[in-house]
Design a protein around this ligand. Structure first.
Ligand code: SAH
Length: 226
């Protein structure tokens, strides 16, 4: 893969237009919009995509996977309500674009990828050295990262046929004073179309589940791929 390394005025201009479009589609959290403005999306794609990197579309990143559509990234990130220093677990590193958006918002990011080739590609991606707050793991997202739990937030960026129970376990519990616990955002559904859900951990193991718009993600697959 040959990556572009220059962020020109032209790229910046296209990015600004993209972010304005995303805002017009209903994303209102300024911290999310600022992060999208900050991060050069074309760095995460092969130079062959340079002309189209700022279109609001998903693109292939190899191994049958995609970098999510920017609107989808913004939508999930807004629902996640990330605050600085929160511990965020991401399932499905892919291009690492979403992980960098979370890091730009001040999160401590733990991200898991099941495809060895995509995991390895990120080790050679020099731009990511700017983000020591992201920790990369090769593994099965269904298992989460019990050693690093609990997490304030969990974000699944592949279509989950059901809510992974171990990830619910690894969400921060509600506080004894009644404050809500951790939140997870995931596209839920076994078919082509999934419903965005937000799950909040409440007291005594109770769960609040909210339903949002429909999306279409690549599937979440169990086990690792070498
Ligand atoms: N967040 C990514 C989106 C990548 S697409 C980005 O910003 O580019 C979803 C990714 O989830 C793919 O790379 C796929 O390999 C990965 N994936 C699917 N099932 C997984 C699992 N069980 N554990 C970890 N990663 C998984």
């Amino acid at each position: 893969m040959s990556r572009p390394t220059e962020d020109t005025y032209r790229h910046k201009g296209l990015r600004k237009k993209l972010v304005q479009g995303i805002q017009a589609k209903g994303i209102s959290d300024d911290r999310v919009l600022d992060a999208l403005l900050e991060v050069p999306r074309h760095f995460f794609l092969d130079s062959a995509f340079d002309e189209v990197a700022y279109e609001d579309r998903a693109f292939p990143i190899g191994e049958g996977q995609t970098i999510s559509q920017p609107y989808t990234v913004a939508y999930q990130t807004q629902l996640l309500e990330v605050l600085p220093f929160m511990k965020v677990l991401e399932i499905g590193t892919g291009s690492a674009y979403q992980a960098v958006i979370l890091a730009e918002m001040g999160a401590q990011v733990y991200t898991i990828e099941r495809q060895k080739k995509l995991f390895d590609a990120n080790k050679k991606f020099d731009f990511l050295k700017k983000y020591p707050s992201i920790k990369f793991f090769y593994g099965d997202g269904y298992e989460g990262l019990p050693t690093y739990a609990p997490f304030d937030r969990v974000l699944i960026t592949a279509a989950a046929p059901e809510t992974p129970p171990k990830l619910i376990e690894q969400l921060k519990p509600a506080s004894p004073e009644g404050g809500p616990g951790g939140m997870m955002v995931l596209p839920l559904g076994a078919g082509e179309i999934q419903q965005m859900r937000r799950i909040t951990k409440l007291e005594n193991g109770a769960i609040k589940e909210e339903v949002f718009d429909n999306f279409s993600f690549v599937p979440m697959v169990g086990g690792k791929e070498s």
